[in-house]
Unconditional design. Structure first.
Length: 300
């Protein structure tokens, strides 16, 4: 790919816009839950569009920040080797963005995320500062340390499930229900499928680099089972919606499950190599469809 160094195209590629769906889905589900409860509780005026927009913007900027940190740190550590990399090309490794420019971009993006998140204190109180600080801290710790320890899947459940869904809901209604907690865990499982297929593809190079991901630890066959299981588990957890009167929020995501199973079968057939990037793209698509179906089901 012909990309001019530090050009706009280079920065767009470094930001990985396709990953923004993963950032949007937890917020989308949290907002749908909040709106449905405001409507059903006769409190439509309790829903704040400003807080909703800030949550979405914060999620987007933090996702971009995490992508830039991942790009830079993996390049410095030598994990992104142009000759052996199977995944999508990375900006620093390909020479599209200089190391110094990436350092500056990470600092700027982190500052922007803090600026966007700061007003949420007005809606959720001072402890939102602690939540924001944890998001920024683990944004860096994930790539620098925790992903090498095999804790990536746990962090996905926390920071793409529990934290964004529950906090988004809390900022609207100042409480968190059992339904919200279960929905957040289901969301985290769905998004973890993206990490699983990514690590499944990179299992050999990760093993050589000393990166002890869950896939490396449990092996390829068990990892395929985990991939299938997170989709099935998320849909089963959707029974909480049916128990709370949101039947469509349970039944509509079964369409997602069909797509998830088809991607699983494709992963099983391909098994290894760059062809698994097709499954990565399909998984990202499936995640967005899941979030959309849950949100629509809650709003109907």
């Amino acid at each position: 790919m012909n990309v001019k160094k530090n050009s706009l195209k280079a920065w767009i590629l470094a930001a990985r816009p396709k990953t923004l769906t993963g950032a949007a889905v937890p917020v989308m589900i949290g907002l749908a839950l909040a709106w449905a409860d405001c409507r059903d509780g006769g409190l439509p005026d309790a829903f704040s569009p400003v807080a909703a927009l800030l949550c979405l913007l914060f999620a987007f900027v933090m996702q971009i920040d995490a992508n830039l940190v991942n790009d830079y740190v993996d390049f410095v550590k030598g994990t992104d080797d142009r000759s052996t990399r199977l995944g999508p090309e990375r900006a620093c490794a390909q020479g599209w963005v200089s190391s110094r420019a990436m350092q500056v971009a990470i600092a700027v993006t982190t500052a922007v995320a803090c600026a966007v998140g700061l007003p949420l204190v007005c809606f959720g109180g001072p402890w939102m500062l602690a939540v924001g600080a944890l998001c920024v801290l683990f944004c860096f710790l994930y790539t620098t340390h925790l992903s090498y320890m095999g804790l990536g899947d746990v962090l996905v459940l926390l920071f793409f499930g529990l934290v964004p869904v529950c906090i988004t809901y809390f900022l609207q209604l100042h409480t968190v229900t059992v339904q919200v907690v279960v929905a957040s865990l289901a969301c985290g499982l769905v998004i973890d499928a993206l990490l699983l297929v990514n690590n499944f593809r990179d299992r050999d190079t990760d093993r050589q680099a000393g990166k002890r991901t869950l896939v490396v630890r449990i092996g390829a066959t068990a990892s395929l089972g985990c991939y299938l299981g997170v989709g099935v588990g998320a849909c089963l957890m959707g029974l909480v919606f049916a128990c709370n009167g949101h039947l469509m929020a349970f039944f509509l995501p079964l369409l997602y499950l069909l797509l998830h199973v088809l991607t699983f079968l494709k992963m099983k057939k391909i098994w290894q190599g760059r062809e698994l990037n097709k499954c990565l793209g399909e998984t990202a698509r499936n995640i967005f469809i899941y979030g959309l179906l849950v949100a629509v089901g809650l709003l109907l």
